[in-house]
Design a protein around this ligand. Structure first.
Ligand code: ZN
Length: 203
């Protein structure tokens, strides 16, 4: 009896359930029409209510993935019971793992890339820029890859690495999509180094 077929089915189920709950983040909001309010990736984004709203949307889509993951989980269980056991087990294991890793947040695990707290911090920086204690006369806070800084005077306003914000990525659909799969939207180290170099040479 060959092991080849069950291993293939298992892997197939595993990959399908791996991709499925992550598709919303990769597909929704990448279209051009969704991003007219923002400069193209990876340019800094000026702070605005639209940007705060985008962070909240990304947060919603992120948690939508959790709900979406119940579909391969259910299919997996059904397939284990009535269909192809190896395929079902692949689906079930992958989506179960996905859901567990998302739930970690509530027991002290890492925060999601998009949180209410991030949206609030953006709002605080914006409010401060409009107040008397602003950094300069014409404050223009913008979200760079590692920080929020003023594009007029260059002052660092808040240390906050920028997560993926749903813009079409400069590295294209496939490389960009792959990067999103690997990072889950979190700010990445490679990008940080590139940007530090980019920002230093710019100023
Ligand atoms: Zn300033």
């Amino acid at each position: 009896m060959s092991l080849f077929a069950p291993v293939t089915y298992f892997t197939l189920g595993f990959i399908i359930a791996f991709l499925f709950p992550r598709l919303p983040i990769i597909l929704i909001t990448r279209g051009r029409g969704f991003n007219t309010a923002f400069p193209e990736h990876p340019e800094p984004i000026p702070l605005s209510p639209k940007l705060t709203q985008r962070v909240l949307h990304m947060r919603m889509i992120y948690w939508m993935g959790f709900v979406v993951a119940t579909i391969p989980l259910m299919f997996g269980l059904a397939s284990i019971k009535w269909g192809n056991t190896a395929f079902g087990f692949g689906l079930w294991l992958s989506s179960g793992w996905f859901m567990l890793s998302r739930l970690q947040t509530f027991v002290g695990g890492p925060d999601p890339p998009w949180t209410l707290e991030i949206a609030q911090r953006l709002q605080i920086v914006m409010d401060k820029a409009k107040s008397d204690s602003s950094c300069c006369n014409y404050p223009k806070p913008e979200w760079r890859i590692l920080t929020i800084s003023c594009s007029t005077c260059g002052k660092l306003l808040e240390e906050l690495p920028r997560p993926d914000l749903g813009r079409k990525r400069i590295d294209g659909v496939f490389a960009g999509g792959l990067r999103l799969l690997l990072t889950d939207g979190h700010p990445t180290i490679i990008e940080d180094e590139e940007s530090r170099y980019f920002q230093d040479s710019e100023e």
